[in-house]
Every structure is written in C-alpha cells, then in structure tokens.
Design a protein around this ligand. Structure first.
Ligand SMILES: Cc1cc2nc3c(=O)[nH]c(=O)nc-3n(C[C@H](O)[C@H](O)[C@H](O)COP(=O)(O)OP(=O)(O)OC[C@H]3O[C@@H](n4cnc5c(N)ncnc54)[C@H](O)[C@@H]3O)c2cc1C
Length: 511
C-alpha cells in the first residue's frame, strides 16, 4: 500500500499507554530521552512521575474527609465485580480512567461494538455463570479457529486443518505427532512440574514451523513466547483447541467481554451512583491500626478517605508503589510479574471483507490473530452486517513499549497491521474506512515458569486491612475469569475481616 493511499484512511489513536501509570519506570526513562513530548490522551503524568520519583509519601495528604467500610481501587472487571458483590455495604469504587472496564472494554463505531481487549470466555469458567447472574446471556462462538499460513486459509487448524497445512509432508506429520504427544499429558497430575518448566522444552526436535506457530499464539494469549511460557498453560491450550474442534465451548458478545464491564458499571451506576467515581487516581494507600487512609487525586485536588478495608484491584506493578508497608517478600513477588505492551487495532470496513472464522491465527505478521467483532450475532434473524470490523491483536515485546508512547509510533504500528492484513489472502486487499488503535502499555502479564505456583500465592496474601484482587493475583493466565475470581476471593476475605473472623485460606474460590 502506498503512503498516499494510506493517507486517505483515518487513523484514530485511543487509550493511554500510561494507563499503567502511576509509575512505569521503563516508559518514563524512554520518555525522558525522547525529543518530542509524548501525547498521552487524558493522562496527567505529573501525578505519576511524582509517585515514581518521590514515592507515595510525596503527596501532602489532607486529613480524611469521609469514611467507608470498603474502598475498592481500580474499575476493571475485578474492581467492578468486587463492588457488585459489596452492594449491601458502604463501599466506594475508584477508577483513574474516565471510563470503566480496564482491559475488558469495548468501543463503538456508528452503533457497532468492537473490542479493545478481552474477547471471549469459556463455559466452564465462573465468568460464564457470573455473566448470567448479572443478566447477560452468553452467545456461542461455535467455530474452531482457522489459521492463515503462506497465503492459505486453513479452517479448524488443530483438527482437520493439520492435513492441509501448506508445509512439506514431514512438517505436517510433525504437527500431528506433537498434538498426539500433548494430548497424552495429564496436566493436573504433573501440574507442579509443568507450571515450572518452559514450554520450549517440549518443542525441541520439532521443525521450526511448529515453534513459529506457538510463538505467535502464546504472546496473544498469555504474553510470552515458548521459552518464557510455563509449559502447562500451552499444553492445556492445545488440549482445549482440540476439544473446540469437536464442540466449541467459547462464548462472547459483540465486541467481546467489554459487555460484562459495561453491564456491571450500568448496574452500579443505577443503584449506587454516588459510590462509583471515575477520573480518581489513587496515589497512596496507608494502612493504620484502625483504618486504611486512601489518598486520591480528582480534578487536580487531593482527597483522603478512611476505610475499614481496601481491595486493590489494580495490577501489581502499580499496587506495590501505592500500598505502604508491604512485606518485602510480597513486594518482591509483585515485582517479578512481567507485563507486555499490547495494542489492539480495529480495521473498520464498510463492506464484507472477512467473515470466514471467529478468531483467525496469522503467524509471521505484525499481529497474531484477528476477530470478527459481530461474529456471534451475524446469523441472528434480521441482523445485517453494517460494518465488517476486524480486531487485530498485536502483542509486543516489553522492550518495544516506547513505540506506543508517541501518537506517530502508534499510528505506524496500526499502518503495519493494515499492510500485513491486506496481504494475507486474495480478497483482503481492501481499504478500511477507518483504523482505530487502542494502545495499552502493560495490560497482559506473562505466564512464565514459576509464576502460578510460587509468585501468585505470595502476591495475593492479604495484609491486615488491605486485600488483593485483579487477575494478576490469581492465574495461571490473564483472564476476565481470573479477575472475577480474584474479586470474589477478596470480598470473602474482607467480609471475614469486617466480621472479626479469621480470613479464609487464600485460594481462588468460585462464587
Ligand atoms: C488484548 C487483550 C486481549 C485479551 N483477551 C482476553 C480474552 O479473550 N478472554 C479473557 O478472559 N481475557 C482476555 N484478556 C485478559 C483480560 O482482559 C484481563 O485479564 C482482565 O480484563 C483484567 O481485569 P482486571 O480488573 O483484573 O484488571 P484491569 O483490567 O487491569 O483493571 C485495573 C483497573 O485499575 C485502574 N487503575 C490503575 N491504576 C489506578 C490508580 N492508581 N487509581 C485508580 N485506578 C487505577 C486501571 O485504569 C484499570 O481500569 C485480554 C487482555 C488483553 C490486553
């Protein structure tokens, strides 16, 4: 595509890379080197930089002006789910962005919804029942994943598709042998070993094409290539994909799991509008004997509130900078979690371009896979696809985070996605009417060896009055389900603490 042709397409950059702010040192280091000040939508970096440079104590904290039973910090799915379970309490939910949803957030183009993050859930997850509980009927995906490899569309990649991979016969046979070997593994029985071993060990001796497939799939799902992936997570993913090829148990809504956060936010705003605040950035959480002092910046003003208990539903790289008095081992465990930058590029077409599969894998491109935004409603009676919106998932390496900072860098990434997309298979060389990129600096943690078994149990250990939610407290993989489970565990811990009972043993608990 020529630059000129590309110039006619409207590129819209949304999302603040520093949504991970207050304090990402790596980002800020790159900012300082840059000649041009980065454009970061709606974010006031001064707050972040002060916490980073001087710690949470840098803020002259006003005395508490209000008291609540529970303050919940962070309005992603985890914080929202916690607030929903605590509706009977005097709670306050605070979110720094101007909107709810965190990484499970959908946007709209002319009435058509598309995902900027989380896409689907599976039926045996607690999230499925929780969605029903809040009044959402999950819609079936019912399509095993295709791949596009070397210009060919291969339906049902890990089922019938293995016979059609456009590779030499010996490579196709190696894919089949690998599948058989992985299906024979009892992950539950060997879980300690497999959550601590890199997946790349299992790819040794296999052709490079197999590693390429997994080094495309892994970053999209759990942020890591095979060397950095805990083997259990990849083996389970393959076993699930093979099952999907017989009966797909994935569910979603148009635009993905942003439907859940939108519904939760709607419920809370209707019943408790005065207890849910956006645009409120927490800068300090200071536990004291009788209460926790929570200081936040809202509209340029600092405010402190006292709470009997606090649920931190923020990611841990932020949490550890805000919560004072964390035990060293817990602080270090939080510091061990790695997060990748992960923009999602939505290509908006005013005519049908691709409707052959829900989630199509494309090894060897700028993006890893793309999803058809309205897949689950496209066959509903009377439905007519107005726009074909394709959400291209574009996980990046940690070292490349700086590219997202400036708007130009983000636009370039989106333009590269479009260039690669248009070359995939004949018929896709069509210009979209708009390209939207939603950039996030640290939305997905990497499921590395040891994380689930050694790091996450330490990370979620409750302090006296401070409790830890967010999907990164749960594991083994960053999911909306994990965020909800973490919230429900933290709520149980809070209820016990407020009732003066022993805090339940900390494990992921459904319900
Ligand atoms: C591209 C992508 C695709 C994904 N696909 C899937 C999928 O298909 N299925 C699935 O289940 N999961 C998927 N995930 C993972 C899923 O989105 C997350 O696990 C989930 O949304 C995490 O929710 P959370 O509430 O735990 O954390 P977050 O979404 O990180 O929420 C934390 C919230 O805290 C706020 N916050 C941060 N700092 C402060 C502060 N100082 N003060 C106040 N508020 C603050 C943030 O703005 C944010 O809203 C995907 C993730 C990404 C990035």
């Amino acid at each position: 595509m020529s630059t000129n042709r590309r110039d006619f397409i409207k590129f819209v950059v949304a999302g603040a890379v520093t949504a991970g702010c207050p304090i990402d040192l790596s980002l800020v280091a790159q900012t300082d080197k840059s000649q041009n000040a980065p454009e970061v939508d709606g974010e006031d970096n001064r707050i972040c930089h002060r916490v980073r440079d001087q710690g949470s104590k840098a803020f002259a904290r006003p005395p508490a002006s209000a008291r609540h039973d529970v303050v919940i910090v962070g309005g992603g799915v985890s914080g929202l789910a916690a607030a929903y379970r605590l509706r009977h309490r005097d709670f306050l939910l605070l979110e720094k962005e101007p909107h709810w949803g965190g990484n499970a957030y959908a946007m709209e183009y002319d009435g058509c919804t598309y995902a900027t993050g989380a896409a689907f859930l599976v039926k045996d997850e607690h999230a499925y029942d929780f969605a029903k509980e809040i009044g959402l009927e999950p819609l079936p995906v019912n399509c095993s994943d295709p791949s596009i490899i070397r210009g060919e569309l291969i339906p049902d990649t890990w089922g019938e598709g293995l016979n059609k991979l456009p590779y030499p016969a010996s490579v196709r046979e190696a894919f089949k042998k690998f599948k058989k070997e992985m299906l024979a593994i009892d992950v539950e029985k060997r879980s300690t070993e497999l959550y601590n071993q890199p997946f790349s060990d299992f790819l040794k001796g296999y052709p490079i094409e197999l590693k390429q497939w997994w080094d495309n799939f892994g970053p999209s799902n759990w942020g890591a290539t095979s060397e950095e992936t805990a083997a259990a997570i990849a083996i389970l993913a393959l076993q699930e994909m093979v099952e999907e090829s017989h009966a797909d148990d994935r569910y979603t809504w148009p635009g993905g799991l942003g439907a859940i956060t939108k519904k939760l936010a709607g419920i809370l705003q209707t019943s408790h509008n005065d207890r849910v605040l956006t645009g409120a950035t927490i800068v300090a959480v200071a536990p004291e004997k009788e209460a926790v002092q929570v200081t936040y910046m809202l509209g340029g003003e600092l405010k402190t509130i006292a709470a009997k208990a606090v649920i931190m539903a923020t990611p841990k790289f932020i949490t550890r900078r805000i919560v004072e008095g964390l035990p060293d081992a817990q602080d270090q465990a939080m510091g061990k979690i790695h997060y990748i930058p992960y923009p999602v590029v939505n290509l908006i077409f005013d005519k049908p371009v691709f409707n052959h599969g829900y989630d199509t894998w494309c090894p060897g491109n700028t993006f890893t896979d793309f999803i058809v935004a309205d897949w689950v409603i496209r066959k509903q009676p009377g439905y007519k696809q107005k726009f074909n919106i394709l959400s291209c998932y574009t996980p990046m390496k940690e070292d490349d985070r700086g590219y997202l900072l400036a708007e130009n860098g983000a636009r370039k990434i989106a333009a590269n996605v479009l260039i690669d997309f248009q070359k995939l298979i004949p018929g896709m060389n069509v210009d979209p009417i708009e390209v939207h990129i939603y950039r996030r600096g640290h939305p997905l943690y990497k499921t590395m060896p040891g994380l689930y078994t050694r790091v996450q149990p330490l990370v979620r250990h409750p302090m006296d009055r401070v409790f830890f939610a967010n999907t990164d407290a749960e594991g083994p993989e960053s999911t909306t389900n994990g965020g909800i489970l973490a919230a429900h565990r933290a709520v149980k811990e809070v209820e016990a603490r407020l009732a003066g009972k022993p805090v339940p043993k900390q494990n992921a608990i459904a319900g």
